[in-house]
Design a protein around this ligand. Structure first.
Ligand SMILES: Nc1ncnc2c1ncn2[C@@H]1O[C@H](COP(=O)(O)OP(=O)(O)OP(=O)(O)O)[C@@H](O)[C@H]1O
Length: 256
């Protein structure tokens, strides 16, 4: 399989706090990866680094054939190739649901249309499809600040899907959704990898969802990788150790 990204000896510090320590892994095109780990483990930091919003501290990293560096500059199309689903959704509250999702098309439109916010029929079809996929077609005219938390999260997901990225990075993308909707939405996000070209990395606090919707699960704790396993090989012991000996028959029961 062709590499989508690779990290070698990557570390990141925030004012003396080691958020990531000597991270090594690679992801192929078409792979679905789940990041698990307790609060503060470094999951968001890792996703933000891959999104190129944090500059590389030390080590080597390549994302979609571009080497990350301390002084990184990316073209509009490079940016559009990576889609990020934010933990806090990052919506424009005064804009409608439709306009927020259409913002996902900005990086895919060149010249005047993107300056004036005029989009072609293809863009409108893609936005309508993304809204339908997340079950929000009936809400397209509603202002983003008039939605529930779960609905906002689905708008953020639709915006990312409308962007048609080659790498989807999702920071706890279903944390605000009810269990049935969470499974459907994770299915939707991770199904983008079935084209064999798009890779998906999502973080979660739910081992069952991670195991169900990812090919591989990476466990992070205190900024370090504790395990990197095929989902089928994940054990209850991996999970118990990752969460500091915490064992729950309901939350941490693995599939099968
Ligand atoms: N902007 C920042 N400035 C200073 N420290 C930070 C900053 N962002 C994160 N950290 C620290 O880096 C470490 C990793 O944080 P990170 O947000 O990546 O964890 P996480 O695994 O995503 O946690 P959660 O599951 O709670 O979202 C933590 O110790 C956190 O306090």
């Amino acid at each position: 399989m062709t590499a989508c990204l690779s990290l070698c000896g990557v570390s990141h510090q925030f004012d003396g706090v080691s958020a990531l320590k000597n991270i090594n892994f690679s992801v192929s095109k078409g792979e679905r990866i789940a990041l698990l780990g307790p609060s503060g483990a470094g999951k968001s930091t890792l996703l933000e680094l891959l999104d190129r919003r944090l500059s590389l501290g030390s080590g080597e990293a390549h994302v979609l054939n571009i080497a990350l560096s301390k002084r990184q500059r990316f073209t509009r199309s490079d940016r559009a190739d990576v889609g990020f689903i934010f933990q806090e959704f990052a919506l424009l509250h005064r804009l409608s649901v439709y306009q927020n999702v259409m913002n996902g098309r900005m990086g895919r439109t060149r010249g005047w249309p993107s300056l004036w916010g005029t989009f072609d029929t293809g863009d409108h079809l893609i936005v309508a499809r993304a809204l339908s996929d997340v079950g929000l077609s009936d809400f397209e005219d509603r202002r983003a600040d008039q939605l529930s938390g779960g609905q906002r999260q689905r708008v953020a997901i639709a915006r990312c899907l409308a962007q048609e990225p080659r790498l989807i990075l999702a920071d706890e993308p279903v944390s605000n959704l009810d269990p049935s909707r969470a499974a459907k939405v994770l299915e939707l996000i991770t199904s983008r990898a079935s084209d064999g070209e798009t890779a998906v990395i999502f973080s979660s606090h739910q081992p069952q969802l991670a195991q169900t919707f990812a090919d591989r699960v990476i466990g992070l704790r205190d900024g370090e990788i504790m395990f990197d396993r095929l989902s089928a090989h994940l054990t209850q012991e991996d999970i118990t150790q990752l969460y500091d000996g915490f064992r729950s028959d309901t939350d941490l029961r693995l599939v099968g």
